[in-house]
Design a protein around this ligand. Structure first.
Ligand code: ATP
Ligand code: MG
Length: 318
């Protein structure tokens, strides 16, 4: 049986430090163990030395050092899945969107990124037998495109009570990239008390792209993006939750060969996310989803459609 530790159980963490950590959103030994020293010095105002000592002690307390492949496998056995509402995209991913991972939806405008995010906010609430996790969703909206009306349509399609479903989606509008990161930090405190198992950030890149334009700003932008993604990845891991972020396409006119369009965010996003799904428009309501860069799935694609009822398999549209 795992013993539940409090922050004060970590050697070097007295009541004052514990208080600072809690105020900074680090409320558990697990969170402390995986927070980078630099972040601790910034958010909890600790000296670098102190931060380094207490993270090491937190890791020692939890026995986080090397582990065996068997332990990795048993942790992976706890992975949960959230259905996308379509068999096609679920199969593409294996069993749907995974917890303990960041899934990135990439695509041009109108390709269906936000629609899939809406769908997942409903399906995560379904019981496990129906492809959900019987849990709540948290939606960080950077573009102001979240629509409760869409949620209500999707809920009705599943025969669920729209009011209840809406009440189980925690929503925040992020007005700039600092605010977005702050909200992600605050989200960590809402996860356990509210049984949140899905965190959506739609989109992860918009504010960063507009606040840090041009090549000169690329380095600080990427640094910030890296920090944000690690923050999200840590949450997905600690709380066994699914994190879904959306990303845009940027065109690179200087490309001579191959596709001149590529996902924004460069290598940081490519390496920071676990699964990447590239969405393209097809005829009318039809869309194509392609899985790229997955650690365990072959590159393949499928069709789906966007309807008033949400995301559906294409056979159903005939
Ligand atoms: P952006 O980059 O602009 O955020 P996106 O990929 O998030 O784009 P979505 O908002 O997911 O795009 O998809 C928009 C598309 O969804 C619309 O073009 C429309 O075809 C479809 N759509 C939206 N609402 C409905 C609805 N109520 N019924 C049917 N289709 C809809
Ligand atoms: Mg959108």
């Amino acid at each position: 049986m795992a013993v539940k530790h409090e922050l004060e159980d970590v050697e070097g963490v007295g009541p004052a430090t514990a208080e600072k950590l809690r105020e900074a959103g680090i409320t558990s030994v697990e969170a402390l163990a995986v927070t980078p020293t630099r972040t601790l010095t910034e958010i909890a105002e600790l000296t670098e030395e102190k931060a380094s000592v207490i993270t090491q002690n937190a890791r020692a307390l939890l026995n986080i050092r090397f582990t065996t492949a068997k332990d990795v496998l048993s942790k992976r056995a706890n992975i949960g899945f959230v259905t996308t509402g379509t068999k096609a995209i679920d199969n593409l991913l294996g069993r749907g969107i995974e917890t303990q991972a960041i899934t990135e939806l990439i695509g041009e405008y109108g390709s269906g990124k936000t629609q899939i995010c809406h769908e997942l906010c409903v399906t995560v609430q379904l019981p496990v037998e129906q492809g959900g996790l019987g849990a709540r969703a948290l939606f960080i909206d950077t573009e102001g495109t979240f629509r409760p009306e869409r949620i209500m349509n999707i809920a009705k399609n599943f025969g669920l009570d729209p009011d209840t479903i809406l009440g189980n989606i925690i929503y925040a509008r992020a007005y700039n990239s600092d605010h977005q990161m702050l909200l992600a930090d605050e989200a960590a405190n809402l996860v356990v008390p509210n049984n949140v198992r899905l965190l959506v950030v739609d989109s992860v890149i918009t504010h960063l792209r507009s606040e840090y334009p041009g090549r000169e700003a690329l380095a600080p932008r990427q640094q910030k993006l890296n920090k944000h993604l690690h923050q999200l990845l840590r949450m997905s891991d600690i709380y066994n939750m699914a994190v879904v972020v959306t990303n845009q396409i940027q065109s690179t006119p200087d490309t001579f060969f191959g596709n001149p369009n590529k996902p924004a965010g460069g290598n940081i996003l490519a390496h920071g996310t676990t699964y990447r799904i590239w969405l393209r428009k097809s005829k009318e309501s039809r869309r194509i989803a392609r899985i790229i860069d997955s650690p365990m799935h072959p590159e393949s694609e499928c069709l789906f459609a966007i309807t008033t009822d949400g995301i559906i398999d294409v056979e159903e549209t005939k």
